[in-house]
Design a protein around this ligand. Structure first.
Ligand code: PMV
Length: 305
C-alpha cells in the first residue's frame, strides 16, 4: 500500500486572464489531500472517498492512467482511499489535488515511471475531460508545490522564492468555477476589446507582482492585488460577500485584498503588516467570513509514510 499527498492551492493573482493566455501566480497551501492505493485481486476499482464530490476526477484519472500505461498491466484491481484536510467547498482545489495524487499513487503501485511533467499533463487532461475548461494552474500547484508563475497548459511553470504571508477568509459560499469561466467567455464574445484590454492589464500586474514577491515587497504586492481586484470586479466575477470581506480587511489595515480563484464565493486573500494581521483577521470574521489558517508555499506532491 502507498499513500501520496498533494497540497491545495490559492490563486494569488491573474485568475481568468490566465485562461486567455496571460500569466498568473499560484501558491500551494499546507492543507493536503491523501490518496492511499493498494492492488487487489478483483479486476475493478474500489473507491473509499467519504464525503467527496470529486469521485468523477478519481475515476477519470484511473481511466487515463490505464489508457496510457495499461498495455503492460494485466491486473487492474486497485483500491483507492481518499482523505483530505479540506472539503471541496472552500476552493482549495480538491479536484486537482485528487487527480494528481491518484495518478502518482497508481504510478507507484504499478511501478510505472511518471515524471512530474507527465503527471501534470495527465491530470490537466483529466480536468479538460471533465470540466472542458481551465488553465491547469491548480494542477501545477499540486504537482510542483511552492509558489509558481504559470501559463495555461503549463507553457510556463516557473518556481518563485519566498512564501507570501497571506490572511485567508472564506466566504462560506461555494463558487462554481466552470460556470464562471463560461460567463466570462460569454462576456468576452460580446465585448472582446474591453475584455482583452482587461486581461492584458491583469497580465501586466502579475509580472509586477512576481517582482514584488522576489523582492519580498509585500506592501507593493498588496497594492497590485488591489488593482487586480478592481479589474476582476469589472469582469463581473466578484460578489457582495467577497467585497465586504475585502473592504473589512483593508479598513483594518491590510495593504491589499482580493478574491482568489474564479470569484462568486470561495476565498479572499489579504496581505497585511505583521502587526495588523490579527485585526485584519478579526475584521474578516466580523464581516461574516471564516479565517482559514493556512501556510503558503507548501510542499509538492509527496509519498507519505
Ligand atoms: O475557482 P478556482 O480556485 O479553481 O480558480 C479558477 C481560476 C480561473 O482562472 C478562473 C480558471 C483557471 O482554470 O485558471
Amino acid at each position: 500500500m502507498v499513500t501520496v499527498s498533494a497540497p491545495g492551492k490559492l490563486m494569488l493573482m491573474g485568475e481568468h486572464a490566465v485562461v486567455y493566455g496571460y500569466p498568473c501566480m499560484v501558491t500551494a497551501v499546507d492543507q493536503r489531500l491523501r490518496v492511499s492505493a493498494e492492488r487487489t485481486r478483483s479486476s475493478r476499482l474500489s473507491l473509499d472517498a467519504p464525503g467527496s464530490r470529486d469521485t468523477r476526477f478519481v475515476e477519470a484519472a484511473v481511466a487515463r492512467f490505464f489508457a496510457t500505461y495499461g498495455s503492460t498491466i494485466t491486473d487492474r484491481g486497485v483500491s483507492l482511499s481518499i482523505r483530505s484536510d479540506f472539503t471541496s467547498q472552500v476552493g482549495f482545489g480538491s479536484s486537482s489535488a485528487v487527480s494528481v495524487a491518484t495518478l502518482k499513487a497508481l504510478s507507484l503501485v504499478y511501478e510505472i515511471e511518471m515524471s512530474s511533467r507527465e503527471i501534470f499533463d495527465a491530470a490537466y487532461q483529466v480536468t479538460l475531460d471533465i470540466q472542458g475548461v481551465g488553465s491547469g494552474f491548480d494542477i501545477a500547484a499540486a504537482v510542483f508545490g511552492g509558489t509558481i508563475l504559470f501559463k495555461k497548459g503549463g507553457e510556463i511553470i516557473e518556481p518563485l522564492p519566498n512564501p507570501v504571508p497571506l490572511v485567508v477568509g472564506y466566504t462560506g459560499i461555494k463558487a462554481d468555477t466552470p460556470t464562471l469561466i463560461r460567463a466570462v467567455a460569454e462576456k468576452h464574445k460580446k465585448e472582446p476589446e474591453k475584455l482583452d484590454k482587461l486581461f492584458a492589464a491583469i497580465g501586466k500586474l502579475v509580472l509586477q507582482g512576481k517582482e514584488a514577491i522576489v523582492a519580498k515587497e509585500w506592501e507593493k504586492l498588496g497594492k497590485l492585488m488591489n488593482f487586480d481586484q478592481e479589474y476582476l470586479r469589472n469582469l463581473g466575477v466578484s460578489s457582495e460577500k467577497l467585497e465586504s470581506l475585502i473592504s473589512a480587511a483593508k479598513e483594518a489595515g491590510a495593504w491589499g485584498a482580493k478574491l482568489s480563484g474564479a470569484g462568486g464565493g470561495d476565498c479572499m486573500i489579504a496581505i497585511a503588516p505583521e502587526e495588523k494581521r490579527r485585526s485584519v483577521e478579526e475584521a474578516i470574521e466580523k464581516a461574516g467570513g471564516q479565517v482559514m489558517s493556512v501556510t503558503t508555499h507548501a510542499e509538492s506532491i509527496r509519498v507519505d509514510v
